[in-house]
Design a protein around this ligand. Structure first.
Ligand code: SAM
Length: 254
């Protein structure tokens, strides 16, 4: 079964939704929309407007199209597109939004400049991004536990590329946004109803996959055991929960 990202983020979503401030006639862009849950939610509110979801993944966009069609939504379109370079029209959107889809840009300056160009003057950027690895239990502590005594550091830090407030503020201001603000959101991520479900889910995540891929044979078996022990330690009556810290970043097109 595919990783259930919408369930993982169930406790973070209310804060993100509340910060979007979508109006009925808004034209909205959802960046790195994945299978389009946030895009569909936006389309229901922007009933007199139009919502565009873009993602570089063909598979996610096909899934998003199917889910939106099943919901009977007519004011939403999905495109396979790289937000860094896609030729959006100038000032096409009142709101550019993203739920954890803007940290993976290879050229963040080009990406946010392109997004600023596509935003109306006074229009808003609202995105949620992870704070640094160490304060996210699902990342630093969990990966360290899987690694055990291995001294190797996790390789891929892209999920945390916008964690530093000052550099993100400076990036957004250089790209054409102003009034940049950060709200601290501290809610757990949910990995499954029980340890077995969470184990299957976590094995689909890039970080754990990457570090487990460093082990073979008995060492791999021990690393899997360390992962299972961590999941058991985080099991609650509400499911397997790991602490997380995110920023909701809000900025305005100058
Ligand atoms: C962590 S997922 C979040 C998906 C979605 N926003 C959600 O909340 O379900 C990040 C998404 O960003 C997409 N992505 C990464 N780089 C991108 C880019 N340059 N342009 C568009 N999408 C991108 C990935 O394909 C992936 O689907």
């Amino acid at each position: 079964m595919a990783f259930d990202y919408d369930s993982e983020l169930r406790y973070l979503d209310p804060s993100f939704r509340a910060s979007l401030g979508i109006r009925s006639g808004d034209h909205v862009l959802d960046v790195g929309c994945g299978s389009g849950r946030t895009t569909r939610d936006a389309a229901r509110i922007a009933a007199e407007g139009r919502v565009v979801g873009v993602d570089v993944s063909q598979a996610r966009i096909e899934e998003a199209r199917e889910l939106a069609a099943a919901d009977g939504l007519r004011n939403v379109v999905f495109e396979v597109a790289d937000a860094q370079t896609h030729p959006f029209r100038d000032a096409e959107f009142d709101l550019v939004m993203s739920r954890f889809g803007t940290m993976f840009f290879t050229d963040p300056m080009a990406a946010f400049t392109n997004l600023a160009r596509s935003t109306t003057t006074g229009g808003r950027l609202v995105m949620t991004v992870w704070q640094e690895r160490a304060v996210n239990e699902w990342a630093g502590p969990l990966i360290d536990a899987i690694l055990g005594d291995s001294a190797e550091a996790p390789a891929d830090d892209s999920a945390f590329s916008l964690a530093d407030r000052e550099s993100t503020r400076s990036l957004l201001e250089s790209a054409g946004f102003g009034d940049v603000g950060f709200s601290d959101v501290s809610r757990p991520v949910w990995y499954g109803a029980d340890v077995d479900a969470a184990f299957d889910a976590v094995l689909q995540l890039r970080g754990p996959q990457e570090v487990l891929g460093r082990f073979t044979g008995a060492a791999l078996h021990r690393a899997m055991g360390r992962l299972r022990t961590q999941l058991a330690a985080h099991a609650t009556p509400e499911g397997v929960l790991f602490g997380s810290r995110a920023w909701i970043v809000v900025a305005r097109r100058r």
